[in-house]
Design a protein around this ligand. Structure first.
Ligand code: NAD
Length: 476
């Protein structure tokens, strides 16, 4: 690693260079030092919980309870889980010695990748910025973090938080939009952790390729939910409504659409409507009055959602429930539509809002085929009490994660790898898997000094050497 030429005019070069010395020193950082950094973040969060809630409310009227559950809790739980396990994660793992390696000893040693860049999205703006930061610090990396420009209150808060805890040459937040992100992406980071859309994920990977920086890409896509005729219908409907309407549908792992067996379509739709009303309109004042439903983050996304709905209706979709779009409040009513066809934009792009298309299927094989025609999703949900059916779906589809008889919940499981596959992401995060993402798993082999097995393989290659190699091929 060398300092880059300071005559280049990248505005972040000096900052990037300033993290070089720290990143080299941090290679030797021990558990206590890393845990200490994590504890500083935890105590800052504990002292400033109200500021976090206020920032998210100001950004898109995120309900306080949802901020506690989906922004603060995942981060504090990630910190607690990491503090508890970091010592064992960091321990070099001994590996067995096969006969062909007789006389050597080997281990896997985890070294921090070094200087890292985290780019985060707006939809869980605190959680998805600070969660990866926890993993980076656990692995011993320095960080430049660029939060989303679309949630300015939370991004300012993150900048304040990091500047109060860390000097810039350890961890720094840089605020800005696309241009800032692109300037940062030109720098030869050792690892880039990006959370956002698949379109921007491709740009990030293209830039990373120029420097051969490794990447974790946490992307999105259309996560399907299969509801079979063997599902508990009211139970499935409640869980799907919760998963879909949390954060007003602006969740990467929200069920994007439901594939429902034709024999239960009407009952399922009615149960969805009951669940929406129970959760968001218990006093019959109108869903728009609910304090528990977040707003759409900005006008562009509001218009995008309204456009998706209008396009679907104009091409023959049937409105089963909802449909109100109020631009003044950036409110999109929880909406159910059926009669979906592939020519509708809603079948092609990630919805990322409270509109739930219900697609009817007659045969599970066809539902599986439908999913397999599309890019691999970030999550797949299957609701069924029939084990064979569940196994068939798990075996015949590919997705980053899968959940049986629930949705979204896997995000909070500290021992599960979280992430997508291909179009929905590359690499995994959370807990141990987040630690791995920011670590180089260095294989280290110790050889004896002097005579050892490998000396028998050296030239000149005589008959003996050839015989040894032949038996290696035959027996090992
Ligand atoms: P986005 O891709 O538009 O933006 C994410 C970040 O990239 C922002 O910080 C933004 O400034 C930056 N960016 C935007 N355009 C850029 C460009 N051309 N070049 C370089 N940087 C650029 O995503 P978003 O709208 O903030 O978030 C929504 C998307 O993120 C959805 O697709 C959602 O599914 C996905 N997401 C995935 C996860 C996950 O964990 N897999 C979590 C949340 C959101």
């Amino acid at each position: 690693m060398m300092e880059l030429d300071t005559t280049c005019d990248n505005p972040y070069l000096a900052l990037f260079n300033s993290q070089l010395r720290t990143s080299i020193n941090w290679r030797k950082s021990n558990v206590e030092e890393r845990v200490d950094r994590l504890k500083k973040i935890r105590s800052w969060i504990q002292k400033n919980q109200n500021d976090i809630r206020e920032a998210l409310w100001n950004d898109f009227r995120k309900p306080e309870v949802e901020t506690d559950l989906s922004e603060i809790f995942p981060v504090t739980s990630e910190i607690n889980h990491t503090i508890k396990n970091l010592k064992s994660w960091m321990k070099p793992g001994p590996v067995g010695t096969p006969l062909s390696m007789l006389g050597t000893k080997s281990k896997v040693q985890f070294e921090p990748k070094g200087r890292t860049l985290i780019i985060s999205p707006w939809n869980y703006p605190f959680n998805l910025a600070i969660g990866p930061l926890v993993s980076a610090l656990a692995a011993g990396c320095t960080v430049i973090l660029k939060p989303s420009e679309l949630t300015p209150h939370t991004s300012f808060l993150i900048e304040r938080m990091l500047s109060e805890i860390f000097p810039n040459h350890e961890v720094a937040a840089i605020l800005g939009g696309v241009d800032t992100s692109q300037d940062l992406l030109k720098l030869p980071f050792d690892h880039i952790f990006f959370t956002g859309s698949p379109q921007v994920g491709k740009i990030v990977m293209g830039n990373a390729a120029k420097n051969l920086s490794s990447v974790t890409l946490e992307l999105g896509g259309k996560s399907p939910a299969i509801v079979s005729e063997n599902a508990d219908i009211p139970d499935s409907a409640k869980k799907l409504v919760y998963g879909k309407l949390l954060n007003s549908g602006q969740t990467c792992v929200a069920p994007d659409y439901a594939l429902v067996h034709e024999s239960i379509f009407e009952r399922f739709r009615d149960e969805l409507i009951i669940a929406i009303r129970e959760m968001y309109d218990p006093n019959y004042k109108g869903i728009i009055e609910s304090p528990d439903l977040a707003r759409i983050v900005n006008d562009r996304h509001f218009e995008r959602l309204e456009g998706l709905l209008k396009d679907a209706i104009s091409k023959g979709a049937k409105l089963e429930f909802g449909g109100e779009c109020n631009p003044h409040h950036r409110y999109v009513e929880p909406t159910l539509i059926s009669g979906i066809s592939e020519k509708m934009n809603i079948s092609q792009e990630e919805i990322f809002g409270p509109i739930f298309p219900i697609i009817v299927y007659s045969d599970l094989n066809k539902a599986i085929y439908y999913i397999n025609q599309k890019p691999k999703p970030l999550a797949l949900y299957v609701f069924s009490q029939n084990k064979n059916e569940v196994n068939q779906v798990l075996e015949e589809t590919s997705s980053g994660n899968a959940v049986v008889n629930d949705c979204v919940l896997h995000f909070l499981h500290p021992n599960l790898p979280f992430g997508g596959i291909n179009h929905s992401g590359i690499g995994k995060s959370h807990g141990y898997f987040g630690f791995l993402a920011f670590s180089n798993e260095k294989g280290v082999l110790h050889q004896r000094v002097g005579l050892n097995n490998a000396t028998l393989l050296r030239p000149p290659y005589g008959v003996k050497t050839r015989q040894i190699i032949k038996s290696l091929i035959k027996w090992f």
